[in-house]
Design a protein around this ligand. Structure first.
Ligand SMILES: Nc1nc2c(ncn2[C@@H]2O[C@H](COP(=O)(O)OP(=O)(O)OP(=O)(O)O)[C@@H](O)[C@H]2O)c(=O)[nH]1
Ligand SMILES: [Mg+2]
Length: 462
């Protein structure tokens, strides 16, 4: 575990700020730190605060922070900058409204840009929440403007979502984005000092009564954030929702949906990044777009081509450093047919095929076993290496075979490390693959075969 991780987990705000910057930039180090803290997350309550621009979200968050501080909580706040990353106006506004807390070491406030250079606002927010969580901040408040899918996605990670509305925004709730109303666990009618608060409240009540029955009906709380009115009631409503979640399996369900969305987003991003950074490159995607527009190709076929290209690239061995897979375990036998009964009938493996490899002087039988395989090796003639092995050692385990992405690159590495090969490297093996052997003298008595991935389909092997 690196020092920065330790400092984050010890609650050091400077380390926390540094770690959040790293994840925001998409730095590999940020990812490592996240991996290190991840087991220690999931403890904090996460409260999302969303609503139209200017509804008073920041003012409310500011009041909520004061309330939670009076209970002795050490909080985290993520404020998503609602405007473009360049104007800075809203951040400044938030800063002023939060000013009374900026000097309090027990309130950690972080602003994030809506459209960061590195994309993935919801990814960066979730990562920041994890880091705050690991640093012992609880609760963690997320403020985001309720416009656009991005922002709604951000707030979905919260355990409790407050939707802040104000009277006099258009004449009825039809004017409010439907998606926003659906995600509310608690409705806040802020600026209740303005006319029309009661009307908005009864409209909301009507909507809730009309909608399908759920196991939780969002309460409606009236507040005047500027004067601190209704804040205690709001905190009570949040507490009640928290208790409701913890009673049933609501919290579990919510967090499962959140982690599933996060996981698939990461997979999608990574897959896209691999496509763009691979042989195909970003310009190829633009060429596809042009062809799609001209209707020379349909989107499904285009996607199939791109994915096919990615697979070919992977099979060709990009040497991305993934650990080699145990392809099979070789067992030397005098006659394959004499031993098949044991592997097929007693052990229940299935015979995939028998092949003669003249160049190696062997017949081999492949029997898939879970993720790996057993290979029975029988000598063809007397002078062959396997025949000599049988003479010296008798029947038994003969070699291990690892599958590698790029045989040449791997052999280069071994040569540099001074590991001796047995026979020529890169020669033809079973199933049309290319193989090489490391000499048992160099491996502590184990004959190790390396087999390049790809080539012929291995059938039921995986
Ligand atoms: N009269 C009245 N004004 C309020 C109330 N709450 C907030 N305001 C004012 O409304 C304006 C916007 O408040 P913010 O807290 O910045 O609203 P916001 O939703 O965070 O705004 P954005 O983050 O820019 O979307 C400020 O001028 C506040 O002083 C309230 O309850 N009553
Ligand atoms: Mg704000």
């Amino acid at each position: 575990m690196e020092n920065l991780t330790r400092a984050v987990m010890a609650g050091d705000p400077v380390a926390l700020a540094r770690a959040i910057s790293l994840v925001e930039e998409g730095a590999p180090r940020g990812e490592r730190i996240l991996a290190e803290v991840f087991r220690g997350t999931g403890r904090a309550s996460i409260i999302g605060v969303t609503g139209p621009p200017g509804a008073g979200k920041s003012s409310l968050v500011n009041r909520l922070v004061t309330q939670y501080r009076s209970r002795g909580a050490r909080l985290g706040v993520v404020a998503i900058d609602p405007s473009s990353a360049f104007s800075g106006g809203a951040i400044l506004g938030d800063r002023i409204r939060m000013q009374q807390h900026t000097l309090d070491p027990d309130v950690f406030i972080r602003s994030m840009a809506t459209r960061g250079r590195f994309g993935g606002l919801s990814r960066a927010t979730r990562d920041a929440v994890d880091l705050m969580d690991a640093a012992g901040r609880d609760p963690i408040l997320i403020e985001t403007v309720g416009v656009g899918q991005d922002e709604v996605d951000v707030v979905r990670v919260a355990d409790t979502v407050l939707v802040v509305l104000t009277p006099g925004q258009g004449d009825d709730i039809q004017a409010i984005k439907a998606g926003l109303l659906e995600i509310a666990d608690v409705f806040v009618i802020n600026k209740a000092d303005h006319p029309g608060a009661d009307r908005l409240s009864s409209d909301l009540e009507g909507m809730l009564a009309f909608g399908e029955k759920r196991d939780w009906t969002p309460p409606i709380v009236m507040t005047v954030a500027t004067e601190g009115r209704g804040i205690e009631e709001l905190v009570q409503a949040i507490d009640r929702h928290g208790a409701h979640l913890r009673q049933g399996n609501g919290l579990q369900r919510r967090r499962r949906a959140a982690i599933a969305a996060r996981f698939s987003e990461i997979l999608r991003d990574r897959l896209m990044a691999r496509i763009v950074s691979g042989d195909l490159g970003a310009p190829a995607l633009e060429r596809y777009e042009t062809r799609l527009l001209a209707r020379e190709i349909d989107p499904y076929s285009a996607a199939r081509e791109v994915l096919g290209h990615l697979e070919a690239e992977t099979a060709g061995g990009t040497g991305d450093g993934r650990p080699p897979v145990l392809d099979h375990l070789g067992v030397a036998v005098r006659r394959i047919e004499d031993r098949l009964a044991l592997y097929q009938d007693v052990l229940g493996l299935e015979l995939c095929g028998i092949e003669r490899i003249e160049a190696e002087g062997v017949r081999v039988a492949m029997l898939p076993a879970g993720r790996t395989r057993v290979e029975l090796v029988e000598p063809i003639g007397d002078g062959t290496t396997v025949a000599r092995f049988l003479e010296k050692r008798g029947e038994g385990i003969h070699h291990l075979c690892f599958e590698v992405d790029d045989l040449e690159a791997t052999l280069d590495r071994f040569r540099k490390a001074g590991i001796e090969l047995a026979g020529p490297g890169g020669r033809p093996g079973a199933e049309g693959s290319r193989i090489a052997f490391l000499h048992p003298r160099a491996t502590g008595g184990v004959l190790i075969e390396l087999r390049e991935a790809g080539g012929v389909d291995r059938g039921a092997a995986r």
